[in-house]
Design a protein around this ligand. Structure first.
Ligand SMILES: [Zn+2]
Length: 277
């Protein structure tokens, strides 16, 4: 049995420890704020990024003239980006990591034997899928939510170029953060991919994941599958890696994380030049 005096001393020591921890924590936070360093969501040490490879499963997304599906390229680019971000101790969650949709009632999803159960329409499955992606962002509360897609404009196949879109968000702060992230990623697209692209980030609120978004949300349309020249490079691993690299740089800049020296050197090699030949 401990004496009353010893118990009192233990309690006092415990109280001191708690106060010391709180003090150290607030000093650390104050230091980060004062130094202009990133301050991440309270209770989380590392930043959290939610990546969303658009479409999947029954929904192939846009298609190139030769039949390449958007969903596969979106996933490949996101998996590369995930790896690059994890190099910086960023926690990366993904809405999907395989060829599937975020809906229920599809047997053997993403395979040649896919079968829709019951009488559900593709439209209702797509709505369930988009709602689930949006719910993930709302629940996880990541520092940023990046949805990766490819564009298509069959009316004019000369149209090309990667472009970012940002939400106005549910508050001025979320809108402003989204706009800043879209700008940083767009800057990297333009400087790393020498294809004559002059696109600028655009505000977009008419899709489910963007409407009144609670967290900074950006859609990156990484190019046009309807354009012959762009479709030809979009299927290449090397080009997909370049897209992921551009988005990584934009995200690092947004989070205030300095790029590692080795990675910097590597990325200073000549950017890819697209040609029609
Ligand atoms: Zn898409």
């Amino acid at each position: 049995m401990k004496s009353e005096k010893t118990e009192k001393m233990i309690r006092r020591a415990e109280a001191f420890a708690v106060i010391a921890c709180l003090l150290a924590g607030s000093l650390l936070l104050a230091d980060k704020i004062c130094s202009g360093g990133p301050v991440f969501v309270f209770g989380r040490e590392e930043p959290l990024v939610l990546l969303d490879p658009g479409h999947g499963g029954i929904d192939g997304g846009a298609e190139s003239p030769s039949g390449v599906c958007e969903k596969d390229i979106n996933l490949s680019v996101c998996l590369k980006l995930k790896e690059k971000l994890e190099d910086y101790d960023i926690i990366v969650e993904m809405t999907r990591e395989t060829d599937r949709g975020l809906y229920t009632g599809v047997i053997n999803d993403g395979t040649d034997e896919m079968k829709i159960e019951g009488k559900r329409s593709i439209r209702s499955l797509k709505t369930e899928d988009l709602n689930a992606r949006r719910d993930m962002a709302d629940d996880l509360k990541p520092d940023l939510f990046l949805s990766v897609h490819l564009n298509s404009f069959k009316q004019d196949r000369s149209v090309f170029g990667a472009q970012t879109f940002y939400t106005s968000g549910n508050s001025e702060e979320t809108g402003e953060k989204s706009r800043r992230l879209a700008g940083l990623i767009q800057d990297e697209f333009l400087s790393m991919i020498d294809d004559g692209n002059t696109r600028t980030p655009m505000n977009k609120n008419d899709v489910l994941i963007m409407k009144n978004a609670k967290v900074p949300t950006v859609i990156a349309e990484c190019g046009f599958l309807s354009n012959r020249r762009e479709a030809a490079v979009l299927v290449q691993e090397e080009y997909q890696d370049l897209l992921a690299e551009a988005m990584k740089k934009g995200i690092l800049a947004y989070l205030g994380i300095e790029e590692k020296a080795a990675a910097k050197e590597e990325s200073e090699s000549p950017s890819v030049v697209l040609s029609d030949t």
